[in-house]
Design a protein around this ligand. Structure first.
Ligand code: HAM
Length: 412
């Protein structure tokens, strides 16, 4: 029988790496807290309809990337490909924005998309997600972008760049859509096969195509800003003014439409890295019609998601700090076999005093215990009579002390 391995596109985050993940998540938790965002936990699976109607029937995610199955009760269930639709569903179901209230929510966890795996692209990947629900004005968009930049600054990412666009709303987008279709139809023979398919279903996505031939055609496509309604124009101006007031510079990219159908008005990405090797470390935008698509009443929203797997790769490339590698503070070494029971008792008491302590539980020799104690700051030697000696590794000083004295010394 062959050994079972992890499914394609999934991977284990092993202890040699997991501390980096904890560092990023803890930094995110602190930053979210400083911005007044509250943590929310939502299910890993939802009714398929939520994503089909929310993320959009014409998005790549819904068309070909969802993990969908029928459960034992005959319901169509989908592993969440992203968090925004679930957060919105939860806010509607739990009345988080009743009576004109707003909600600032964040979460993190695994998402699932059936994509072709490669470096930085997995079928189970992780996102840190922030959503601000119930606010129509651009102040919310500004806060969301400010939050994402602050998070990446705290993580030490270099050369951060904000890329912005407005994708219009249900009033002005149909006009723009028509102009685009007319334009692309004149270039039908030059478009790639994917874009040809998008022509009638979702022509805005053609603007986003990375293929050179489509890019050239898109460069001369009608400008969305000529089609924006006054409300969308005002919103975009307020957003830009607000970012400038906070001292941010940004780049406008008229071809940034993003892959999810729910966006209205603001779409943005944050890039980091050296010129020529820029990486998108997060993407987000406004989604004022998602609540209605999910069957609720009007509830505007804006948010972002940062791909944890990719951020960690970019941080590694840029030599960012991941904090201290976790290690116990003290190793309790049994001087001989008769002292083994005492080493377990002492370790137990240190831990009860919230001191990170380990002892050998595998029958290792004195020499092997000393080797294992290598990464600790202190060693406590214990003998069969229960006498203790504390050694500070950094200065080599060794003293006979009582357990209470050791606890006091280590708690300092
Ligand atoms: P998204 O652009 O689809 O947006 O995903 C956000 C981030 O998730 C991407 O920038 C990328 O870093 C990461 N990501 C996506 N797919 C993969 C994958 N297969 N493997 C590794 N990382 C991946 C959303 O998901 C929206 N919900 C963002 C949002 C929140 N908009 C408003 N609120």
């Amino acid at each position: 029988m062959s050994t079972i391995i992890a499914p394609r596109g999934t991977r284990d985050i092993l202890p040699c790496e997991s501390y980096k993940w904890s560092y990023v998540i803890n930094t995110a938790a602190e930053t979210m807290n400083d911005f007044g965002f509250n943590e929310i936990f939502i299910p890993l699976f939802e009714h398929t309809e939520l994503f089909a109607r929310g993320v959009g029937e014409t998005s790549d995610i819904v068309e070909k990337e969802m993990y969908t199955f029928t459960d034992r009760g005959g319901r169509s269930i989908t592993l969440r490909p992203e968090a925004t639709a679930g957060v919105m569903r939860s806010a509607l179901e739990n009345n988080l924005c009743a009576q004109g209230n707003f909600a600032k929510l964040w979460s993190y966890g695994p998402m699932f998309r059936y994509e072709r795996p490669q470096k930085g692209r997995y079928r189970q990947f992780y996102q840190i997600d922030a959503e601000c629900l119930g606010i129509q004005g651009a102040e919310a968009d500004i806060e969301i972008i400010d939050l994402s930049i602050e998070l990446f600054k705290r993580l030490g990412l270099k050369n951060l760049e904000i890329v912005l666009n407005s994708v219009g709303c249900e009033k002005c987008r149909p006009v723009y859509r028509e102009k685009l279709v007319n334009y692309f139809k004149q270039h039908e023979s030059e478009l790639c096969e994917t874009c040809l398919n998008r022509l009638d279903r979702n022509p805005l996505r053609i603007l986003d195509c990375k293929k050179e031939q489509c890019g050239k055609i898109s460069d001369n496509a009608p400008d969305i800003y000529d089609s924006l309604c006054d409300e969308c124009k005002d919103h975009f101006k307020n957003l830009r003014d607000g970012l400038e007031r906070l001292g941010f510079t940004y780049k406008i990219n008229k071809r940034l439409v993003r892959g999810l159908d729910y966006y209205t008005k603001t779409a943005f990405e944050i890039l980091s890295g050296d010129l020529g090797a820029q990486n998108a470390v997060c993407g987000g935008g406004r989604y004022d019609n998602l609540a209605e698509a999910a069957g609720g009443s009007h509830l505007p929203g804006v948010g972002f998601a940062c791909g944890l797997d990719r951020v960690i790769i970019v941080m590694e490339e840029q030599g960012c700090n991941f904090g201290e590698i976790p290690a116990p503070k003290i190793y309790v070494v049994a001087r001989d076999d008769e002292a083994r029971a005492n080493s377990q008792i002492i370790t137990h008491k240190l831990r009860a005093n919230k001191i990170a302590a380990v002892n050998d539980i595998s029958g290792r020799s004195f020499k092997a215990q000393m080797k294992a104690a290598n990464n600790c700051k202190y060693i406590c030697f214990v003998n069969a009579a229960g006498e203790l000696e504390l050694k500070n590794i950094s200065d080599g000083v060794q003293k006979n002390l009582s357990l209470d004295e050791i606890i006091e010394c280590l708690k300092k």
